[in-house]
Design a protein around this ligand. Structure first.
Ligand code: HEM
Length: 281
């Protein structure tokens, strides 16, 4: 009865292929979906496991000092890459300032700082003609400028994310603080100490009242509220108290018992116990 099957057995492989082809054609759409789904989930798994591997690598390399940049690498974070991060360096420390796009983005007021260490400009206010040789050379700055720079450092540490260090004046190729950096820190400490002393002197010896007229020049005199506006129980005598630069001075009210302290200088043509003095600059 099934005698016609016998010759077909001879071509069974060919028959099977024909059947598979017919079935494949009938279920072509479903098969395609199945393949895509399997491939998709395979890719997802691969990407996820790669992401995981990356985050594990970062954790392993986690260094509180962050990423070490060459100046050229840092320069790529200058905001010119659309949607790219913006970094700036201050005293060799790199901060992610992408959040401040309106300040640091291309064409914005402070774009000059993006992708580089231009520490000096934070106190000079010079935002043109970038010169890599001098832009972060801070050792010749005045002590008050060093203090100002330190305030900028505190600002970036508070407002933005610290990313790492740039190889150069402040950090070497291993990320270690350089001798230059140590010198800067020592000068900063000196400047801060000197400022604290001046502040202390200003507290102890309040400023004088001061007025100017064309006829008499500058007039200085003390009252019980001169200087800080706080009432005190002594008036004091006007004396010159010089700044650290020894060139500029301000008028301080000094109690009689301390008038001989050499840090105070008398005004020219003014009697030792005069209540007011006049001078012209
Ligand atoms: C040495 C000079 C100066 C430096 C180094 C400097 C630096 C900066 C920097 C870095 C920022 C961005 C701060 C941030 O990331 O939030 C900023 C913001 C700003 N600066 Fe200056 N600046 C200087 C002088 C001036 C002057 C003279 C003015 C005004 C005439 C001024 C007005 C502003 C204003 C309005 C903002 C935006 C504040 C805000 O939106 O939060 N700056 N400055």
């Amino acid at each position: 009865m099934f005698g016609f099957v016998k010759p077909l057995l001879k071509y069974r492989i060919a028959c099977m292929l024909i059947i598979i082809a017919v079935v494949a054609k009938l279920y072509q759409k479903d098969l395609l979906q199945l393949i895509q789904k399997t491939a998709g989930s395979y890719l997802d798994t691969t990407v996820r496991s790669e992401e995981h591997a990356e985050s594990v690598a970062v954790e392993f390399n986690a260094d509180p000092r962050g990423v070490l940049f060459t100046p050229a690498q840092l320069a790529t974070y200058n905001g010119e890459k659309v949607g790219g991060d913006i970094y700036l360096a201050l005293l060799g420390a790199v901060f992610d300032v992408s959040r401040g796009l309106k300040h640091y983005g291309p064409g914005c007021s402070y774009n000059y700082f993006a992708g580089r260490d231009a520490s000096v400009s934070f106190v000079s206010g010079q935002f043109e003609h970038y010169d890599p040789e001098t832009a972060d050379d801070v050792l010749s700055l005045q002590p008050n400028n060093l203090i100002e720079l330190d305030k900028w450092r505190q600002f970036y540490e508070t407002e933005y994310k610290y990313v790492g260090r740039v190889i150069g004046r402040f950090y070497d190729e291993t990320g270690k603080s350089t001798v230059y950096h140590q010198k800067y820190l020592a000068l900063l400490e000196q400047a801060q100490l000197a400022k604290a002393q001046i502040d202390e002197l200003r507290n102890r010896y309040p400023g004088c009242n001061i007025e100017w007229s064309e006829a008499r020049g500058t007039r200085v005199w003390c009252t019980t509220t001169s200087g800080d506006g706080q009432l005190r129980d002594w008036t004091g005598y006007p004396r010159k108290l010089y700044n650290r630069d020894k060139k500029n001075f301000h008028c301080a009210c000094v109690p009689e018992a301390e008038l001989n302290d050499p840090i105070f200088k008398s005004y020219d043509n003014c009697a030792p116990l005069a209540l007011e003095c006049f001078y012209r600059v």
